[in-house]
Structures are given as C-alpha cells and as structure tokens.
Design a protein around this ligand. Sequence first.
Ligand code: PLP
Length: 381
Amino acid sequence: MTEGFETRAVHAGQEFDPTTGAVIPPVHFSSTYAQDGIGGLRNGYEYGRSGNPTRTALERQLAAIEGGRHGLSFASGLAAEDALLRSVLRPGDEVLLGSDVYGGTHRLIARILGPWGIGLRVVDMSDLDAVAAALAERPARIVWVETPSNPLLRIADIAGLARLGHEAGALVVVDNTFASPALQQPLALGADVVVHSTTKYLGGHSDVVGGALVFADDAVAEQARFLQFAAGAVSGPLDAWLTTRGIKTLAVRMQRHSENAQKIAEFLSAHERVARVYYPGLPGHPGHETARNQMTGFGGVVSLELADGPTARRFAESTRLFTLAESLGGVESLVNYPDEMTHASVRGTELAVPVELVRLSVGIESVEDLLADLDEALAAL
Ligand SMILES: *Cc1c(COP(=O)(O)O)cnc(C)c1O
C-alpha cells in the first residue's frame, strides 16, 4: 500500500545517517567525491553537478509527494522550466500556453526560446472547447497548464486537458506551484510532467529559491536529467536541504493557508470597496466545481480588484502585516501589485493583467490579525 501524503512528505529520501545515526541526514557540502581506484565511485557520486546526496534526497522526496517516478531539483523554477523545454522541444515545435500563466514562463518561451525557433500560442485553458479547437487547428508539442493560475486563479480541468493533449500527441505539463501536491496531484489526473517553483509553497519560508520537475515516466525524465547535468542549473546542497525541510510541513501549512484564505476571500467579497474577488473556494468562482473535483483545498492566494489602478496601487502600499513584496507561498502574508511587479514582463502582451488587480499571498498568521490589517487598509482608501 502506498503511504499517505504526510508520511511520504516527512520520510521519503530521509533515511538516517548510517555512520552516526543522525536522524536528519547531513548536508553534503562537497564538490567532488573520492574514488576507490579510477571509476570506483561510491553510490555513483562523482562530481557535484552530476550528483549530490542532499539533492538526491530532495529529488526522491519530490517524486514521492507528486506520485511520480523521477524528480529533479534545479536552482530556480525557471531553470527547471528551461531544462524541461529545451530537452523536449526542437526548432519548429510549438507550446500551447494558458492565457494566464506566470509571466516569467511566457517571457522564457517568447523571448529566450523564440529566437531558437520555438513557437508559442496562447489559449484560455479553462475552456476545453477552445483548447480542442486550438489543437485541431495545429498540433503542439507541449500543452502547458497552470492551475490555479497566476494571478487570476483560473481553474483548468487537468484530466480533460490531459485527454485532449494526449489525443493530439502533446506532452501535458502542469505548473503545480499554486496548489502544491498537498492539494492537487496532476500526475494522478493524467499529466506527464509537474513543474514547481519550490521557492513558493514547497520551500514555504521565503528563504530559498528553487525549482523542480517530476515525471510520470522514464523517457522525458532521462532527457531532462541529461540536460540538468550537461547545462548545470542544479540546486546547491543548502538550498536542497532547506527545501526538504520545508516539504515536511507542507500538508499542515497548506491546510492553514487555505483556511485563512477562504475567510479572507469571504470578507473581501462582502466589502463595499472591493469590486471583485478571485478565489476558487468561493461558490461564485467559475472554476469552483472543477476545483472541488481535483483539489483537496483551494490554496493560499486570493486576488481582488479595486475601483481603479491608483486605488489598487495605494491599497497594496498601505497594509501593515501583509508585506509589499513579490513572490508567494511563505508562512508570512504578502501583497503584490501584479501590473507593476510580478507581471510587469507581460504588460502589453496577451497575458497583461488588469490594473485594478491586487494579489494576496495569505500566510499562516492569526486570521483575525490579517482581517484587521486588510480592513484598516481598505478603510483608509
Ligand atoms: C514563481 C513562479 C515561477 C518561477 O519560479 P522561480 O523560482 O521564481 O524561478 C513559475 N511558476 C509559477 C506559478 C510561479 O509562481
């Protein structure tokens, strides 16, 4: 029997140190490994770019929590995306991308891979008919799904998209950064590869930048592992260790993030100064039913619209507990004005976000304090 999610998150890849019994395996700060005669490697370790035991421990933990066969850890989420894209795509191939994805994903494909002959088409992934029509018009090598999406929290039906993508011969990739595997298991729903910015919920404490890939089967994993080794955007040992430590508490953190975010979304929905709230846990959210079917919680990100751009900007600058900063997924609450911060790179493109929009990353603090902070900032507008 497969162990439960929480058990895997705590134990996978975490055997105690055989020489000392240390319950927590040591962080291996070594760039190279002694050989017992030329080519006599101990457990395959040769050089720090090709392998490091601390990174191996994280990669096993990542595979275990996503229910995949292989995990790979990288220096950032975008480094992971880059490795996957370059190991799969060839000049002339196209990526079908959600219309509301992390701005850096669009920038990477459009501006870095574009000049090497990679095409990009954008479609609303929450609309299965639109996706089917786009794939019927022309095949894509990769269907790239982000759900819930950033920053509009659109929900895409992973099982439906996996079916459509596979019928069209595409590799189906899900960026699972927002939900995390504690709330959503894309590989079990039919996706081929899961991508993470482990900088966010998996690390969970805003103290490390990292990325990950998890694969349902072997072939693409082997190509990406070769690119990880040959191009070298690996995570360092301390980064890998911090991420492993974060993952052990992921399930309890996601539960509290979701509870706090639900209360905040309900409070904002009832507030006269708030024009619109985006949160999949609200019954009025267009993706609510799909989210209920494929997620076990709705996550910690809530977006809201205020009357106009200047009001939204002012609100983002006037909270006290919610710190004005990019990123999300840490234990502390953050507020972000996407148009000028996280999504500045997609201004003027088809992925541009509304100027009235503010994104909250709801932390695990006492929810009464978070609500009071938002209430005061709204009253001062
Ligand atoms: C932050 C983020 C990324 C990029 O990850 P980095 O660790 O910043 O490189 C990719 N996808 C999503 C959804 C993100 O939030």
